[in-house]
Write a protein that binds this ligand. Sequence first.
Ligand code: HEC
Ligand code: HEC
Ligand code: HEC
Length: 434
Amino acid sequence: MKNTLKGLGTALCVALPLLVQTPAGAATAAANAGADQALVQRGAYLAQLGDCAACHTAPKGKPFAGGLPMSTPMGRIYVTNITPDAQTGIGGYTEAEFARALREGVAKDGHNLYPAMPYPSYAKVNDDDVKALYAFFMHGVAPVQQENREADIKWPLNMRWPLMFWNMAFLDKGAYRDKPGKDAAWNRGAYLVQGLGHCGSCHTPRGVAFQESALDESGSAFLSGALLDGWFASNLTGEHNAGLGRWTDEDLRTFLKTGANRHASAFGSMTSVINNSTQAMSDQDVAAISTYLKSLPPAGGNAAPPYAYDPQATKVSLDRPANDAGARVYTAYCMHCHGVDGRGFAPMLAPLAGNPNVLAKDASSLINVTLNGTGDLVINGVPSPFPMPGFAAVLDDRQIADVLSFVRAGWNNGAPAVGAAEVAKLRQSTQAGR
Ligand code: HEC
Ligand code: HEC
Ligand code: HEC
């Protein structure tokens, strides 16, 4: 275990020099203000890389004032206020206390944070970046007085001290260290994906104690796809059907920058990642993430042949939809956007033919998006013009199962059928969460 906090205390003392207002001192003051401003700016960028706003800014709420409910296996919790307000926010945090909250999941008063705050990933953030983030949250964010809300978790599950043992078992302390033999882009990508980007918090399957079953590429489950909160976060390894094996480096960069490419569109919980985080990344950082993801070997191997487009059989059923319940629903409700050929009008309207999400074993995301539609993807301030509408009020469980089974069989997708019971279950759980 490495002591990552070492030296932060001294760094703090150095950061608070008293400025003497002589003409020479004024120049120093200006230079210092300039330096701080640059640090605050860098912190603002890092906060985007870390997508802090996705959780800490509630819809229509003030930036970083918290309040957003999050469901955990134990019950509902509320994200906290991390504006620099001294009473209700983190204004009283020293840099060392901030670092401990971010990387070890311990609040200023010593209580353990629930791992819904992705500190197991942020543990990899290096000291320089923590410093810049701290400068941003202290000087670049407006203080908001807003009390935190108690979690709706009942005794004894609301006791936080067992989290100490959770951390002993699962928290991998120590900032990211460059892997020898890998180039700078790969290492930067690994640092961002495993650390601030916390991609694994959604994309890596969880174990029995809700821990991510791997925190880097040394574990084969890393980023192999996982169900969280009604959305299946796709396999991001080199698997060539449900994973990113058929995506070029350019496809991947386009997706992260714009939320869509010729294979798929972002929806569900990925929407806020694109809206608040990846689209703001520099070209260099997006390229680094792509380099790293493209290096991941296919989880589960690549034994099945790669998808190849073949529209013939599907076109025949769409010509005679009366014979096929799924084709009937598709022609009436889906075809004008997703096309007879299943290719949609990418990247504006998502293709369904060969789409990795459609080919994934777990159909939860497909059911969820068909029931509930999806939040708006907003690129450069412009919301997507034809977002996927929700059909919960229009189609019953059987019809949704039929149309998705049709889509999963169509255009040579060859993915397993969807059952009405699966749809009913997600209908219930997603409606309850609203
Ligand atoms: C996936 C959601 C999520 C993201 C992303 C996230 N947080 Fe949090 N954060 C939480 C939750 C939930 C809590 C409160 C946990 C609790 O009460 O046990 C929290 C608590 C905190 C706290 C402790 C404050 C307190 O008094 O409770 C700090 C500091 C913090 N987050 C900073 C950050 C920063 C900085 C980022 C971005 C780099 C970030 N968080 C991103 C969910 C998130
Ligand atoms: C809050 C949960 C969450 C986080 C965090 C998250 N993702 Fe996702 N991601 C999803 C979900 C759900 C999907 C499936 C829906 C879709 O395709 O947009 C997805 C899909 C994707 C896809 C498209 C895959 C495909 O086959 O269509 C890519 C690429 C991706 N994520 C990359 C990333 C990267 C890189 C990060 C970290 C910077 C990240 N994601 C963080 C939830 C998340
Ligand atoms: C108004 C146009 C429109 C209609 C009608 C429509 N969709 Fe969509 N659909 C979209 C768009 C756009 C997306 C991409 C996500 C987004 O930006 O909202 C999408 C995404 C999807 C996805 C996720 C694939 C991905 O990678 O994004 C599935 C599955 C899907 N639609 C199925 C259906 C089904 C089934 C129907 C009919 C019941 C249907 N859609 C009707 C526009 C439409």
